[in-house]
Design a protein around this ligand. Structure first.
Ligand code: NAD
Length: 439
């Protein structure tokens, strides 16, 4: 049966979920505190860059299954299920900042009417969903509700694909409470379309679902960091990290995914989630030394790229550096915790003049650096007159960069390829002094 759903927060996760859940035939209202965003979404504008999102959004708006509003409590009041997809950024001490979530709980406590399933899609520390249940029942003792943890695993840039074809769905529920069984039935209805295509469904308790999410992200961050350190060693001892990584990946126990050396992981998830799980470990008195080391090593990896620029240019002070790629990975406009931020900050602090290009992330980067760097709509405009060229995101258009033209336009011959996106031989043939990562 189609469910009436409110999704609180229309960011990367909330918007994709709202659109996807509507496409499954549910009646979905996306709500947000950001009035301008809601107006744009209602008009059919997607507000983020994500392949396929615009078409799905328009189709479901037109079909009357999807709408957006700032009337959060009104939407909750008419819903069987409320998904929470607000941000959970990190605080100074690495713990998760749950203030957006707390505000959402106030609205749920005030708005919920009839049996309501409260589903957390936001990534929240282990124990949070249990606390959400207690908080809501304390605020509205008469309310009928049940809490579900349904962590999201989508990859930005492939979010629509991942929503409709997830590797698995993780649904933690209140297994020990009678309402838990009712909530489970509703979740089965919500995701019927995925159940029918035999998506593995993992039903578990709240804490298990929460930990699955953190353990998965921490593991992927560890894998990236592991290959980055091996790349650094390959550089030092004359090995080619690509051959190493490729061959490691042939071992089925290892798999080739997430074995690409680069400038360190970034984005809105890995950095904060690794810090949050380390923080959770220390709260429980459990050592998370592997993750703590990963966090530190990742910072060093970002710094290494700037060090390479400094070395290759003989000191960047007063020099022009062109940075291609600002998003934390390709196919997204997201610059949150992007390695480009650390690299550009360092180069500026050493007195470099920086010009930047990115096919999608210029506006978001401008929000951080304002007029401290120069922004260019074409890569060649950014490259012109540069002493050093730095590649930080693996966009396809950079992989096929016209290196001869780039070299001609530049004042210098230094090239730091932070993603190993280019062919070193080709770069050297046209006169570049090339440094990649681990080769
Ligand atoms: N971005 C990803 O790839 C990804 C993947 C998996 C999980 N997650 C998790 O999902 C959560 C959301 O991430 P995101 O990247 O979509 O965040 P985001 O910052 O892009 O979006 C959050 C949205 O929530 C809105 N909001 C905040 N408080 C609100 C409130 N009280 N009521 C209504 N709206 C509110 C904000 O205005 C914003 O539009 C985080 O916990 C994140 O860790 C993100």
């Amino acid at each position: 049966m189609a469910q009436r759903i409110t999704v609180i927060g229309t960011g990367y996760v909330g918007l994709v979920s709202a659109v996807g859940l509507a496409d499954f035939g549910n009646y979905v209202t996306g709500v947000d505190i950001d009035t301008a965003k809601v107006e744009r979404l209602s008009a059919g504008d997607t507000v983020i860059f994500e392949h396929g999102l615009a078409e799905y959004q328009r189709r479901n708006l037109d079909a009357g299954r999807l709408r957006f509003t700032t009337d959060i409590r009104g939407a909750i009041n008419r819903s069987d299920i409320v998904f929470i997809a607000v941000g959970t950024p990190d605080r100074e001490d690495g713990s998760a900042d749950l203030s957006f979530l707390e505000r959402a709980l106030e609205d749920i406590a005030a708005g919920a009417d009839g049996f309501t399933v409260v589903v957390t899609k936001s990534t929240v520390p282990v124990g949070t969903n249990r606390w959400i249940g207690e908080e809501l029942r304390r605020r509205r003792p008469e309310a009928e509700l049940s809490v579900v943890s349904n962590p999201e695993f989508l990859r930005e840039g492939r979010a629509i694909h991942d929503f409709f074809h997830p590797d698995r769905l993780v649904i933690g529920y209140e297994t020990e409470r009678p309402e838990g069984a009712r909530a489970r039935e509703r979740m089965e209805d919500v995701y019927r379309a995925l159940y029918l295509i035999e998506t593995p469904m993992v039903w578990c308790n709240l804490e298990t679902a929460e930990l699955i999410k953190y353990a998965s992200n921490a593991f992927l961050a560890t894998k990236i960091t592991f290959i980055n350190q091996m790349a650094n060693l390959a550089e030092a001892c004359g090995a080619d990290i690509h051959a190493v990584a490729k061959t490691m990946g042939m071992d089925g126990r290892i798999s080739s995914k997430f074995l690409h050396p680069g400038p360190g992981y970034g984005g809105s998830c890995f950095p904060k989630d690794t810090k949050a799980i380390a923080n959770t470990g220390s709260r429980h008195g459990v050592t998370m030394s592997v993750i703590e080391e990963v966090i530190a090593a990742n910072e060093q990896q970002k710094a290494r790229i700037a060090d390479k620029v400094e070395r290759l240019t003989g000191g960047v002070s007063g020099k022009n550096v062109a940075v291609l790629g600002l998003a934390f990975k390709s196919e997204t406009d997201d610059v949150r915790e992007s390695p480009a931020i650390t690299v550009v900050e360092r180069l500026l602090s050493w007195g470099a003049r920086v010009s930047v290009h990115d096919p999608q992330a210029l506006a978001n980067f401008r929000g951080i650096f304002e007029d401290r760097v120069s922004y260019h709509e074409s890569e060649f405009a950014a490259i012109e007159g540069a002493d050093c060229l730095v590649i930080l995101t693996e966009w396809n258009e950079y992989r096929n960069l016209d290196l001869a033209r780039a070299r001609e336009l530049m004042a210098g011959d230094a090239l730091v390829d932070g993603r190993n996106a280019l062919d070193p031989e080709q770069a050297r043939e046209v006169g570049f002094r090339y440094i990649g990562v681990g080769r």
